[in-house]
Design a protein around this ligand. Sequence first.
Ligand code: BGC
Ligand code: BGC
Length: 690
Amino acid sequence: MIHSTRPALLRWLAAAALTACCGVLVAYGNVRPADPARVSQSSAPVPHALGSPVISSKAHRDPRMEARISELLRKLTLGQKVAQMIQADIRYVTPEDVKTYRLGSILNGGGAFPANEKHAAVSDWVSLADRFYDASMDSSGGAPAIPIMWGTDAVHGHNNVIGATLFPHNVALGAAHDPDLVQRIGEATAREVAATGIDWTFAPTVAVVRDSRWGRSYEGYSERPDLVREYAGRMVQGLQGTADTPSFLDGNHILATAKHFIGDGGTNHGIDRGNNRSSEQDLLSVHGQGYVAAIQSGVQTVMVSYNSWQGLKVHGQRHLLTDVLKTRMGFDGIVVSDWDGVDEVQGCSKDRCAQAINAGIDVIMVPEQWKAFLQNTVAQVRAGDIPMSRIDDAVTRILRVKSRAGLFEKGRPSSRPLANKAAQIGAPEDRAVAREAVRKSLVLLKNDKCLLPLSPRTNVLVAGDGADNIGKQAGGWTISWQGTGNTNADFPGGTSVFDGIRSAVTAAGGTATLSAEGSYQTKPDVAIVVFGENPYAEWHGDIKSIDYQGPSDDGHEVDMQRPAPEVSAFDEANPKVSEVSHSQAPVAPNADLALLQRLRHSGIPVVAVFLTGRVRGVTPELDASNAFAVAWWPGTEGGGIADVLFRKSNGEVNFPISGKLSYAWPRGGGGSSDSALFPYGYGLGGCIRR
Ligand code: BGC
Ligand code: BGC
């Protein structure tokens, strides 16, 4: 048996954890407490999930279902069982393969579309889902029919699909401090995903982000565990429906995933896939809180994180995956590995990893090497390296989730209630929810002389490279994996920030002139400059300095000078990181700052609208602006920004500016990232009267 190393230490940790319990809100490390207007100040204790199972899921076990599952399990050969545990990417697997090898699930990773066609129609998605489903249900070769499951990264709406409603990223939703809104976003996302015949989303990310230099910071709602916990439960409920009621996983809902278990937001120096050095108590009381609420709401899958905990990759840590998550937290659904995450475990490769399965992983996401992984795993079971009981546990969980999702009864994807309803993609009611989220997440950091909200009966210059650029405002995980390579034409039905400003202003008799570089013939009454980070995802977005230095300091800037993670195999085991280091783009001079300064020096009042996936040091840009609004990465409904920047034409406030930081805003200037310029919970309201 391979299992975890350092058994003595782990035993000690387990014992320490048991005694360290229970029910007290542990101090939040370096985060200062604040009093934001609408953060829920629940006095309920935060369960640590330490000690014996402390979480009770609203998705109860059904004894009849369990009996059917054991019966089906008995009919499966070893190869068929292991095949249920394998998940391949649609770029590397065909329906014919599924028929032959009986794989249990597939995914489309970021940037994977039916037939590699970025502009695939809704019907293309559904018919591919049908073909995979039919293959899984074809029992002509003698194997039992078990419906396949398809997972996708719908992390801010159904973001791989052209025309879908793209919601603000999680960093923005945190600033809205509105759990009800989050649930409605989950519901809308579920409907759009269901329209394409897909069963499962790899969301929400419940990372508690402690260093915003991390390239995935925008996937996290907050630096504070209480907000993440509150949102996680509501997002899961929105996506899956309410457990223990008929809405649970019905035709309007899909399976959710709480990810990435555990500690992804707490790696040393914010390095993606790096090492989290927390004590076990901090790991659970800070980074574990999203899982507590997600499991209570009945989340059916949890994705394992690429990061290490105390120097060992979580993908190989039996203590965390089995003892903590499955036993103490009582999670009875599927633990899925991350994309080739097994490859990161010491002693493993992309095509074999008994350690990960023994640690407690049930579904292995091996997008490309699935066939070898399947064959090697069967051999490892035969050789006694993986106990049969572990395989049976994994397959039982997989069949349980498929049963709860109703996949044995729902029929072909195209026969399901929302399937092929193209109008569901980017539906007006979903866009309305997204626009509301854009309004509620905008945070105002500066508003000299009550400049905002503006009168719409005015002549506005709209400048900056983000002004009319939906790809830039949508951020990472947008159609492509990194969110790069998109133009406005890739967002039918979407609205840029400029589009929204133009409609607000022209309706009131004003004018809006677009000039990215900020040129004008007639001096405008006011300039709105929309600028900020370009899209990125995962390690591509890691940065060395929290200071904003212009859009090109993001994406492809992995700083190899930063201290290496303690896991010595990190760089070697992750060739993609070294690839990135070779393609570092030179840092351009900060043209955004120059633009703000030029307009300001011309005597034009300047409103800065900052598009970003995270908090950044922007003191020079703040100084160069009269008003400074953080719009985060708002997604496709750019109209929500004009909704709050402008008054009604009669001078009344249209929508209040209400967003409050869910991350402390750094002072920057090369100082420590702990030093906050604006605390958690900060955000100005616009002026009611002038
Ligand atoms: C895939 C992504 C995946 C990434 C991980 C990409 O090629 O498209 O979905 O997350 O690889 O390495
Ligand atoms: C990411 C996950 C994602 C998966 C599938 C990985 O690279 O870390 O968040 O769900 O790819 O695309």
